[in-house]
Design a protein around this ligand. Structure first.
Ligand SMILES: *Cc1c(COP(=O)(O)O)cnc(C)c1O
Length: 294
């Protein structure tokens, strides 16, 4: 399955007034280029899950997500390219016409089923078994919400293996925190991982420990929610446009825009010592959250 993916991904140097003034080296790891429809950390998280599904001779992938989930679209596309049927359990009610993400998933062949918020929270698909195609549901390989499981952590750890320069910090935008948790499991003693939370969490480190059984002293969290998940401010949108103008790299407004804004903010507050090398992971997301199409 390797040949359709652009791996390993390259590092691009980001050099501007700020990085020069504060004497830091900043690189962006272009995981957004892994695949046009299965970009970034979504492929990293799916890779070993799909291998496991193949091992178990499963022909259907079932997963969960909100109506704007990049994980849903990525799973739908992965199914299309790699020969799996896919089922997406979507939180809440159906709205028609479908939004762009769900229409894309449907066009990839994904069967979309809707679960009310209460049953969704419990991941109780029994509520669907009575009314829908129950053998398909019960025999599917199940991937949790956001692709957050141990096999996903294993896939995300490989981001670090591909980096062929010395670095001090590695930064990534966090939803569930699976990607940064995987990265943190694969660092040298002097290296640190910073997760940039893009939604409001009470305690993301605690959630990572509870959900993924990972407690890692190299991992810390910074909060840049800009009001909450998928919320934006005019300042964030302008930042993403300016960043594109200067570096010709497009960031999405849900995840990677907030990540890069946060990194620049920390640089300007002298968070990183002089001569520090920082890697920012571009996890993708631009197709579903493009400032030039919003
Ligand atoms: C899903 C997603 C994330 C968050 O990944 P987690 O492993 O859930 O923290 C970050 N960036 C992009 C572009 C995403 O689509």
């Amino acid at each position: 399955m390797a040949e359709i993916f652009n791996l390993p991904t390259r590092l691009d140097k980001i050099s501007n007034e700020l990085t020069r003034q504060f004497k830091v080296n900043l690189f962006i790891k272009r995981d957004d280029l892994i695949h046009p429809e299965i970009p970034g950390n979504k492929w990293r998280k799916l890779k070993y899950n799909i291998a496991q599904a193949q091992l178990e001779h499963k022909t259907t992938l079932l997963t969960f997500g909100g109506a704007f989930s990049n994980h849903i679209t990525a799973t739908a596309a992965a199914g299309k390219y790699l020969g799996f049927k896919t089922i997406g359990i979507i939180r809440g009610e159906e709205y028609t016409p479908l939004n762009k993400s769900l229409q894309f998933a449907k066009d990839c062949g994904m069967k979309l089923l809707y679960l009310d918020r209460e049953n969704y929270k419990l991941k109780n698909i029994d509520a669907l078994l009575t009314t829908h195609d129950s053998p398909l549901l019960s025999e599917a390989y199940i991937i949790p919400d956001g692709g957050a499981n141990e096999l996903a952590v294993k896939g995300c750890a490989e981001i670090v293996d591909e980096i062929d320069i010395e670095f001090d910090y590695i930064c990534c935008a966090c939803g569930t925190g699976t990607t940064i948790a995987g990265i943190a499991t694969n660092l040298k003693p002097h290296q640190k991982a910073i997760g940039f939370a893009v939604l409001k969490h009470d305690n993301l480190l605690e959630e990572i420990t509870e959900n993924l059984f990972i407690h890692n002293s190299k991992l810390s969290i910074q909060n840049y929610p800009f009001g909450g998940y998928a919320r934006t401010t005019p300042e964030l949108i302008q930042f993403i446009k300016d960043f594109y103008k200067e570096h010709q790299i497009l960031l999405d407004y849900v995840y990677t825009g907030k990540l890069m804004y946060g990194i620049f903010d920390l640089i300007s507050k002298n968070y990183f010592p002089e001569n520090t090398t920082i890697i920012a992971v571009h996890t993708g997301g631009v197709t579903n959250a493009n400032v030039f199409e919003a």
